[in-house]
Design a protein around this ligand. Structure first.
Ligand code: SAH
Length: 332
């Protein structure tokens, strides 16, 4: 492997400074983001971040994701073991080349710069603006201020480990669908005898959907996740939004054993939705609604079939890029 500068950076000189990291970045069309993230994650196992392109709204006070423009995928690796850094770079370049050969949308060139830990602890926060989703939902990173409008449903979130950066399209679709349920009164008065709904969030991650459901009027939200880090993140985020009494998080999955629920949220992947279909339906009361998300378009038919077979009907559909979310209604 060649010595000498890497992307114009004199690694030997940089390696002498403690706390220096190499930031790899690639601009990628949103359809290529996942594949590019996987490649960078192999080069820098500490994980990747995705910064979608934003358009500023509200006179620059907030931002909305702009899917028409490429996102930037980033990963960081410590500049300690220079041969390892060079190998990771070469591998990422090679794999990105293969990806381009697949004919996915064009992706940018692999770029690198040096960042220092000392500047870095807070610098990443600049990548998270206040985000508007749908009509009323506002995601506010905890360190940012937001001047709310009267109708705004503001969710304060600390991205943390279970959130990643930005919002995944499948999460945005779920939030849009939740807002639509709320508009039809299904959260504030969609429970038994017109009481506020009881909601189950299967695979709660950061808790974003649980918190949104609570803010939109649900009376009680049970958040379950198989990952204890997600359970902790959901608990912390619920507390941060003063919803600790409404949102309860614990390790688990469907069936929760605490049903039936008026609304079940499941932002999982298609294969999990299919394999968990019986359990998700078991948690849903007759007449209740399941929001199923994380469905890649070419798997939509399988998901619909699995729930049709259990008597549910498609009552709504949201799509963004290749992703689909479905509202499935259990007959009364
Ligand atoms: N609801 C969040 C997170 C979705 S990511 C959002 O919409 O942004 C999917 C989550 O499901 C992850 O946190 C993962 O740990 C969890 N998960 C994966 N398999 C699961 C299963 N079988 N049961 C419950 N949760 C699961």
């Amino acid at each position: 492997m060649s010595e000498g500068p890497l992307a114009g950076i004199d690694l030997d000189a940089v390696a002498a400074t403690p706390g220096a990291w190499l930031e790899l970045s690639v601009a990628a069309d949103h359809e290529a983001v996942e594949a590019v993230s996987e490649i960078l994650a192999r080069a820098a196992p500490g994980g990747t971040s995705v910064e979608p392109a934003f358009e500023l709204v509200d006179e620059g006070l907030a931002a909305r994701v702009d899917l028409a423009r490429p996102a930037v995928v980033r990963a960081h690796l410590p500049i300690i073991d220079l041969p390892a850094v060079r190998a990771a770079w070469a591998r990422a370049e090679r794999e990105l080349g293969h990806l381009q050969a697949f004919g996915l949308r064009p992706i940018g060139d692999l770029a690198a710069r040096v960042v220092h830990e000392a500047d870095w602890a807070n610098a990443w926060k600049a990548h998270f603006p206040v985000l508007r989703v749908g009509r009323r939902i506002v995601i506010r990173p905890t360190w940012r201020r937001h001047k709310r409008r009267p109708d705004d449903i503001v969710l304060a979130l600390d991205p943390g480990m279970a959130f990643g950066t930005g919002l995944h399209p499948t999460t945005r679709l779920c939030l849009a669908a939740l807002e639509a349920l709320a508009d039809r009164g299904l959260l504030a008065a969609g429970g038994r005898n017109g009481a506020p709904a009881r909601v189950l969030d299967v695979g709660s991650g950061s808790g974003i959907l649980s918190i949104a459901a609570a803010r939109l009027g649900a009376r009680e939200v049970l958040a379950v996740d198989v990952d204890p880090i997600a359970v902790d993140a959901t608990t912390a985020n619920a507390r941060r939004n003063r919803l600790a009494r409404v949102v309860r998080a614990r390790e688990g999955s469907a069936p929760s054993g605490e049903g039936p629920f008026d609304v079940v949220l499941a932002n999982l992947i298609a294969s999990l939705l299919v394999s968990l279909a019986d359990d998700l339906v078991a948690d849903l009361r007759p007449g209740g609604v399941l929001l199923a998300s994380g469905i890649f378009e070419n798997r939509e038919a399988d998901v619909v079939e699995a729930f049709h077979a259990r008597g549910l009907e498609v009552a709504g559909r949201w799509a963004e890029g290749d992703w689909v979310a479905l509202e499935l209604q259990r007959p009364v």
